[in-house]
Design a protein around this ligand. Sequence first.
Ligand code: T46
Length: 138
Amino acid sequence: MQTIKYTFQPHGDERGQLVALEEFNDIPFRIKRVYYMYDTLANVVRGHHAHKNLEQILVCVHGSCKIRLDNGKEKKVVALEKPYEGLYVPNNIWREMFDFSADAVLMVFASEIYDESDYIRDYDEFLKFVGVKKDDRT
Ligand code: T46
């Protein structure tokens, strides 16, 4: 499974670093929502769902965490450890976020506003939605 990890341009000088993210330039969609999670407890796994119509870029702006992406056939784990890296997560991908460091702040840029009806929270329903039979999985 191909994953897209962006390396954003830090604008560093003697004062420190600054990263600017513009829609359609650095973020490949119109940004309708930004949310972030912090104070995630050790051993917590968040996510466990897919979206029918949502593109997102995940940036761990402080600390680190890991993201498991699953297209129904294959899984891939991507580590987010730098505040200038962004992981693109398209629709129809099951995602789980885990291994949060105590200081992790995971910021998400989303192409749509919050809509609970866009979530697929049942894994078998997800496999059916993406047209994958259980035997096809690796
Ligand atoms: C995703 C991963 C990466 C809102 O009220 N508005 C929002 O925009 C969001 C994202 C959540 N919420 C409420 C709904 C729940 O009561 O915040 C609570 C926690 O949300 P959830 O359990 O969905 O959080 P995660 O970390 O499992 O998943 C989130 C996003 O929901 C999801 O779209 O892709 O982060």
